[in-house]
Design a binder for this molecule. Structure first.
Ligand code: GDP
Ligand code: GDP
Length: 458
C-alpha cells in the first residue's frame, strides 16, 4: 500500500519561530537537509520565509522557517517577530519556539511567548545552542516562559536532534507517510518503520580500522551504488546488500576519500562519528582490540545510547591480539561496568585487515536491528510487570509506597515504555534500573537502549 500524493499544504506543518540569530535557519537546515526545494517568495512580511519538507521517521513534514528578520531595535523586535510569524502560525500544527540558551531569555522572547500562548497552537520550546554547560543553564531559565519543559539541543553541533524529531512526530497529526504503512501491534498502532535499506554507521576513534572495515565490507558484499557525495556533508552513503536486503552505510570515514570530496571535509575524528551515528539505525562501534577500551570509546557508546541507536561492538585487529581469551575477558568486564545502559550488547571480534571473522558482523547488525524494532504486547508486558512488582515492591517515597499501575510500550526504535502510577514520576533511579534490566532480560533486548518514561496518575 503506498501513499496518496500530498501537496505541501496537506502535510503536517511545523513552524520554526523566534528572535533573529537564535539558530532558526540552522535548525531548519538540519531538519530539511537537501530537500529545501521550495522557497516561497510571497510579498510582504512572509517574503523571506523558507519552506521545505523533512522526512522524519518515515513521515513527510512541512517545515516553515520564519526567517528573514533583520536585527531590529529591541523596542520594535517583538512586533516584527509577531508580524513575521502570524501567518505561518495559523497554518501550524506545531510551533518550535526557539530561544538562545547562551544569551538567556530576553524581553522579546518573553513577549513572544505570551503571544504564542494565546494562539491556540501547540508549542514546543526549543533551547538552542545548548551544547556545553552554559547551554544547560540557559535551558533551565527557559522554564520561566511558561511553555513547558524546554528541549535543549544544539542545531549547529547536531545534538539532541533525534529527541526533537521524536517530539515532532508525537505532536503532529498522523498524516501521510512517505512510505508504505505496516500495521502491527495490538491497538492497530502504526510502526514507524521505513522500509528500504537498514542504515548503518561505522564509528570509532581514529585508527580503529573503520576505513579498512569499510573496504572489507565493500569487497565482501555486493555494492549496489557507489559512494555518493551529496550537496551537504551529511549525505555521503554507499549501499551494499547482504542476503536480507540492502544496507546503507552512512557517512563513514573513508567514504569521503572515495567520493573525492574536498580534503577539508575529511574529519575522521570522533566528531565525524557523531554526525554519522545520528543518521543511522544501527551503529558499529569499532575498537582497536590491541588497545583495549578507551575513555573515548565509552563516550561514543554513551552518545549512541543517548541518541537511541542500536549498537554492535566490533573488536578489530583481532589478528594482532596475543592473548585472545584474556583480552576478551578484560573488554567484557569493562563493558559490563562502564556500559550498563547497553548491557548484553553484541560483541564481534574480527580482523578487518585479513577479513577473518568479518562475515559475523552483518548478521549481528541485523539481529540488533530486529531487537531495536521489537514490540512487546501490553498483555505480556503487564504479566511480567506484576511479577516484577511482587518480587521487589516499589520503594517508599516520603513514607508512602508508590502505586505503580501498568505499563505500555509507546514505541520501538528504540523500545520505549511508559509506566503509569500514582506519583510514578518520583520513582528512584535504582528502581527504574531494576525494571529496565528486567525488561531487557525478559523480552530479550540486549544491546539496545531502553527508554522508560514515568507518568503520574491521580
Ligand atoms: P536565525 O537568525 O534564527 O535563523 O539564526 P541562524 O540559524 O542564522 O544562526 C545564527 C547564528 O547562531 C549563526 O552564527 C549560527 O552558526 C549560530 N548557531 C546556530 N545554532 C547554534 C548552536 O547550536 N550552537 C551555537 N553555539 N551556535 C549556533
Ligand atoms: P580509521 O582511522 O578508523 O579509518 O582506521 P584505518 O582503517 O585507516 O586503519 C588504521 C590502521 O590500522 C591502518 O594502518 C590499518 O592497516 C590498521 N588496521 C586496520 N584494521 C586492522 C586489523 O584488523 N588488523 C591489523 N593488524 N591492523 C589493522
Amino acid at each position: 500500500m503506498t501513499d496518496t500524493i500530498s501537496t505541501p499544504e496537506t502535510l503536517p506543518t511545523v513552524v520554526i519561530a523566534g528572535r533573529p540569530n537564535v539558530g532558526k535557519s540552522t535548525l531548519f537546515n538540519r531538519l530539511v537537509g537537501r530537500r529545501q526545494a521550495l522557497v516561497s517568495d510571497m510579498p510582504g512580511v512572509t517574503r523571506d520565509r523558507k519552506e521545505g519538507e523533512a522526512h522524519i521517521r518515515g513521515r513527510r513534514i512541512r517545515i516553515i522557517d520564519t526567517a528573514g528578520l533583520e536585527e531590529a531595535a529591541p523596542e520594535t523586535l517583538f512586533g516584527r517577530m509577531r508580524a513575521s510569524s502570524e501567518m505561518a502560525v495559523t497554518q501550524a500544527h506545531l510551533v518550535l519556539f526557539c530561544i538562545d540558551a547562551r544569551s538567556g531569555i530576553t524581553p522579546a522572547d518573553a513577549h513572544f511567548a505570551q503571544w504564542l500562548r494565546r494562539q491556540n497552537v501547540p508549542v514546543l520550546l526549543v533551547a538552542n545552542k545548548a551544547e556545553g554547560r552554559a547551554g544547560t543553564e540557559g535551558a533551565m531559565e527557559a522554564y520561566s516562559l511558561g511553555l513547558g519543559t524546554p528541549l535543549a539541543l544544539s542545531a549547529e553541533h547536531g545534538e539532541g536532534l533525534s529527541d526533537l524529531m521524536g517530539e515532532i512526530i508525537d505532536r503532529v497529526p498522523k498524516a501521510p507517510r512517505v512510505i508504505e504503512r505496516s500495521r502491527r501491534g495490538e491497538e492497530g498502532e502504526e510502526e514507524e518503520r521505513p522500509p528500504g535499506p537498514l542504515r548503518l554507521a561505522i564509528v570509532g576513534r581514529p585508527n580503529a580500522g573503520k576505513s579498512t572495515l569499510l573496504n572489507c565490507l565493500l569487497g565482501e558484499e555486493r555494492m549496489i551504488t557507489g559512494p555518493e557525495a551529496g550537496l551537504t556533508r551529511d549525505s555521503i552513503s554507499v549501499d551494499i546488500e547482504d542476503e536480507h536486503g540492502p544496507i546503507r552505510l552512512v557517512d563513514t570515514a573513508g567514504m569521503r576519500r572515495r567520493a573525492r570530496v574536498e580534503q577539508h571535509l575529511e574529519r575522521m575524528s570522533v566528531s565525524a562519528s557523531i554526525e554519522a551515528l545520528k543518521m543511522a539505525e544501527v551503529v558499529v562501534l569499532t575498537i582497536d582490540a590491541t588497545l583495549g577500551v578507551h575513555e573515548q570509546d565509552l563516550q561514543l557508546a554513551r552518545l549512541i545510547e543517548r541518541e537511541g541507536r542500536a549498537c554492535v561492538l566490533a573488536l578489530n585487529k583481532w589478528d594482532a591480539v596475543e592473548d585472545r581469551a584474556a583480552t576478551r575477558q578484560a573488554i567484557a568486564d569493562r563493558i559490563e561496568t562502564s556500559m550498563a545502559q547497553v548491557r548484553g550488547i553484541s560483541v564481534v571480534t574480527f580482523s578487518a585487515l585479513t577479513g577473518a571473522g568479518v562475515h559475523r558482523l552483518l548478521p549481528a547488525v541485523r539481529h540488533t536491528h530486529e531487537v531495536w524494532n521489537s514490540r512487546v504486547t501490553t498483555g505480556e508486558l503487564n504479566r511480567w510487570f506484576e511479577e516484577a512488582l511482587e518480587r521487589h515492591q516499589p520503594p517508599l517515597v516520603d513514607g508512602r509506597r508508590l502505586k505503580l499501575r501498568y505499563m505500555t510500550q509507546a514505541k520501538s526504535r528504540p523500545p520505549t515504555f511508559i509506566l503509569f502510577g500514582t506519583r510514578a514520576e518520583l520513582l528512584p533511579d535504582s528502581y527504574k534500573r531494576y525494571l529496565v534490566n528486567g525488561l531487557r532480560e525478559t523480552f530479550h533486548m540486549p544491546g539496545v537502549p531502553i527508554r522508560l518514561q514515568l507518568r503520574g496518575t491521580k
